[in-house]
Design a protein around this ligand. Structure first.
Ligand SMILES: NC(=O)c1ccc[n+]([C@@H]2O[C@H](COP(=O)([O-])OP(=O)(O)OC[C@H]3O[C@@H](n4cnc5c(N)ncnc54)[C@H](OP(=O)(O)O)[C@@H]3O)[C@@H](O)[C@H]2O)c1
Length: 341
């Protein structure tokens, strides 16, 4: 995948949006005029790429196969044809980054969709994650690859830190991840749902490879800042790229929240969907936005995200209004109620 977008600068700098900086970042050339609606398929070309520390590039909009699509244990033996159709629709709409996980129990469906799409493997970016398999990571990737019908994934993530307790637990898992990368079965490796102390546990083991990515819940209602210490810029300064999930929370989960009005106004001003405004807010912070849907028509709304630009005032308003409400949706019981890290 060729580089259209790289991120050597912290998000603070990118948010200043001078044309020269945008050119430096490779952003300007990838975006069209604010009012132009992207056509199906164009998204594949227009989605900016974010460069990882290992030189690989991630398409910054991803279609996820969890949340709306993961299989309940009682459905384990059912093959989800609807997901095959939706993943193919997402690929047809131009999504080239698919976010999967062993835990979602639907890698086989994604594999079928990829195969039937006919899109060359090198044009796709496929992520999957290991959770149950952390005791034997090299075995876990083999199982995922078999289901996905692939020889390699582009990004392999440790899904969550919750079964890791001692420094040895962290370091053993990470050694397994390094082995997977060395074998070529994952082009890049990273983590998900790690707070700073989890990342530091890996660092203490003097790893050969550093985590390229942390995928976590991040949106205006959880800005990952505890006692004035922001986590997102810290990761970016360490060279760990951020991928955000639950990003559409202000629209999908908090209909009474402070951002409903502002997002509607901004969507109208740019002639795009509210979802596109929300997703755009991540792209302009150099953050990969992972979303999903069960409705085909939403794909076109999402596809508008790379086609316009929020002003600095609009970006700031989303940060400021977002701070008026705190919501954590992904396993809140694992954190203290006031913990915003
Ligand atoms: N690493 C992890 O632990 C982890 C955790 C959670 C998620 N993820 C990944 O992230 C992906 C995205 O999941 P997410 O829940 O985070 O996605 P999200 O983007 O926050 O929400 C997607 C949902 O928003 C709804 N939506 C979109 N536009 C809307 C609007 N204008 N008004 C109301 N609702 C709207 C859609 O509903 P419809 O379906 O009705 O269109 C869709 O189901 C997952 O599939 C998974 O791949 C990873």
């Amino acid at each position: 995948m060729s580089a259209a977008f790289s991120s050597p600068l912290p998000s603070k700098v990118i948010n200043s949006f001078t044309p020269a900086l945008r050119r430096l970042q490779g952003i300007a050339s990838t975006f069209s005029s604010p009012t132009q609606h992207v056509m199906a398929g164009n998204l594949a070309v227009k989605t900016p790429l974010l460069r990882l520390r290992d030189g690989n590039n991630v398409p910054m909009l991803a279609f996820g196969t969890g949340t709306a699509w993961f299989k309940e244990p009682e459905d384990h033996d059912k093959f989800d044809k609807d997901l095959v159709l939706m993943a193919k629709d997402a690929l047809e709409a131009g999504f080239r980054h698919l976010d999967c996980a062993e835990m979602y129990d639907n890698e086989a469906e994604v594999g079928k969709a990829i195969k039937e799409s006919g899109i060359p493997r090198e044009e796709l970016f496929v992520t999957t994650k290991v959770a149950d398999g952390i005791k034997d990571v090299p075995k876990a990737i083999d199982e995922s690859l078999e289901k996905l019908q692939l020889d390699y994934v582009d990004l392999y993530l440790v899904h969550e830190p919750w079964n890791l307790h001692t420094p040895e637990d962290y370091q053993n898992v990470w050694r397994g991840m390094e082995e997977v990368k060395a074998s070529g079965k994952a082009k890049s490796i990273g983590v998900s749902n790690f707070v700073r102390k989890d990342l530091e546990m890996i660092l203490k083991g003097s790893p050969k490879e550093l985590s390229a990515v942390n995928q976590l819940e991040y949106h205006p209602y959880i800005q990952r800042e505890n006692d004035g210490v922001p986590y997102i810029p810290w990761m970016q300064e360490q060279g760990i790229q951020v991928e955000a999930f639950k990003g559409l929370t202000p629209l999908a989960r908090c209909p009474e929240g402070p951002l409903v009005g502002p997002l509607e106004r901004m969507a109208k001003a740019h002639n795009v969907s509210g979802a596109a405004v929300m997703l755009r807010w991540f792209l302009q912070q150099n953050i990969v936005a992972i979303t999903t849907t069960r409705k085909k028509e939403r794909l076109q709304e999402y596809a508008e995200a790379p086609t316009f630009e929020l002003t600095k005032d609009e970006m700031d308003e989303i940060f400021t209004e977002g701070k008026k409400l705190f919501k954590r949706f992904y396993f809140p019981q694992r954190y203290d109620p006031d913990d915003r890290s």
